[in-house]
Design a protein around this ligand. Structure first.
Ligand code: PEB
Length: 173
């Protein structure tokens, strides 16, 4: 599991060099975005329940068979597992945003997830739909949170957030 700093150091160590100047520039940019990353992580923690609940309920509205007998969100214990999974995914995305690096998301959440879902019969298209709704609402919340802060910094954090969601999708395809 890496963050922006450990990644730069590990890479330099492998090459037995000082941290290269383009990496130094990336670290400078990472530091400049630091307080925004903290704000985003805090906001996601506070909004997680509603982000997840809205996404799962949108998914269920479009596909109500999931909560009927035989559906993967039936009975309530499976529904709870589904909400919990949505929360896990969002939480690992918040860690990646804090770290400025996807490895925590990839190694601790996404690794083997597709296989787990296939084994359990969790319908992946429905997971993808819930993730897509979480992505849309999270991006909107991040945009609002960053308000009128520096436009390019805001754009790059929104893009980074969006890329972490895309990693989730790619891992499940
Ligand atoms: C991944 N999800 C489930 C299980 C695991 C995960 C390991 C099996 C064991 C258990 O139930 O705890 N666990 C989860 C995860 C991490 C982790 C992401 C990351 C750290 O440790 N069912 C649906 C929806 C979808 C869903 C489409 C969006 O119909 C999820 C929610 N996951 C779902 C359900 C189960 C499950 C388990 C319903 C229970 C399946 C079952 O018990 O048959």
């Amino acid at each position: 599991m890496l963050d922006s700093f450990s990644k730069a150091v590990a890479e330099a160590d492998t090459q037995t060099t000082y941290v290269e100047s383009y990496r130094i520039a990336e670290l400078r940019q990472f530091i400049e975005t630091g307080s925004h990353r903290i704000e985003i992580a805090k906001m996601l923690g506070q909004q997680a329940k509603s982000i997840v609940a809205n996404a799962v309920s949108a998914m269920l509205t479009e596909n109500p068979q999931l909560i009927q007998e035989g559906g993967n969100c039936y009975p309530a214990s499976r529904m709870a597992a589904c909400l919990r999974d949505g929360g896990f995914i969002l939480r690992y995305i918040s860690y990646a945003l804090l770290a400025g690096n996807a490895s925590v998301l990839e190694e601790h959440c996404l690794f083997g997830l597709k296989e787990t879902y296939n084994t359990l019969g969790v319908p992946i298209p429905s997971v993808l739909r819930a993730v897509a709704v979480m992505k849309n609402s999270t991006l909107e919340l991040v945009e609002n949170l960053l308000g009128d802060s520096d436009a390019s910094m805001k754009a790059s954090l929104v893009l980074e957030t969006s890329q972490y969601f895309d990693l989730v999708t790619t891992a499940l395809l």
